[in-house]
Ligand binder design. Structure first.
Ligand code: 5GP
Length: 239
């Protein structure tokens, strides 16, 4: 399968049409950005680390009953996906307080959020992705009440599944962002799930293993992405 026309060029990924109407190709580029695009760089191999981890998570989630857009990888930077009608919501699940929830509300960094918090932002760069609530989401008719319920259920399922998988590798899933789309009437997981869209902390050292390393200049971000991608996708079994 080959890329035909470019459909969308995002900050770190490009989406292409293919010869099959129902399939698209996502290119994971080596661009990395933070702070609403205020900080940007091109880092060699970054795209492949994120693509590899996303593909691994999508396959794992599918095996565990979560519907996703993932079909296959054609090379380390290009993922074939089912075409979805994307829903402009960023669904964030938080197990531990960090990032914007600490900046904007009186939570302590590192505070356990039990039950996990689901926060939904409106995906709109021009408006800087403002936080929504259920009433605004329904008033804007972004989704139906049944779809909203389903999205929250899937977000909780994804959190439970990924938290367990990562915990076995000594990694705490602090928070993550996912996006959804419709395939007919079915709600599917779209976009990516990678170090760019999650906060991961080493259980032993508390070290950041995600884009916070880039955001806050905490070290060699590509060395960390390389290490964490291997740790997630090629786990060493403990004897
Ligand atoms: P925060 O709201 O604390 O900045 O982000 C919460 C979590 O969602 C983090 O894991 C962060 O990486 C992810 N996240 C929030 N907004 C975005 C976004 O626009 N793009 C990506 N890739 N991840 C996001």
């Amino acid at each position: 399968m080959k890329c035909r026309d470019i459909l969308i060029k995002g900050k770190a990924k490009s989406v292409y049409t293919t010869d099959t109407k129902t399939k698209l190709i996502i290119e994971f580029r080596d661009d990395i950005t933070a702070f609403d695009g205020g900080k940007k760089d091109v880092l060699k191999k970054k795209g492949r680390y994120n693509a590899e981890v996303s593909a691994f998570f999508f396959e794992y989630l599918e095996k565990n009953g979560v519907k996703t857009h993932f079909l296959t990888m054609i090379d380390p930077h290009h993922m074939v996906v089912r075409k979805l009608e994307m829903i402009p919501l960023e669904v964030i699940v938080r197990n531990i307080a960090a990032g914007s929830i600490v900046r904007n509300y009186p939570f302590e960094e590192g505070e356990l959020l039990d039950p996990p918090l689901i926060v939904i932002d409106y995906k709109d760069d021009a408006r800087h992705d403002p936080m929504l609530n259920d009433e605004i989401i329904l008033a804007l008719k972004i989704v139906t009440p049944a779809e909203l319920k389903k999205i929250k259920k899937v977000a909780r399922d994804v959190n439970r599944l990924l938290s367990a998988l990562l915990s076995a590798q000594g990694i705490t899933l602090v928070d993550f962002k996912i996006e959804f789309g419709r395939k007919g009437k079915t709600i599917c997981l779209g976009d990516e799930i990678s170090m760019d869209s999650m906060r991961l902390w080493d259980k032993k050292t508390g070290e950041s293993l995600d884009k916070d390393v880039y955001r806050f200049d905490k070290g060699d971000v590509m060395a960390i992405y390389d290490k964490v991608a291997k740790r997630i996708t090629k786990p060493v079994k403990k004897k």
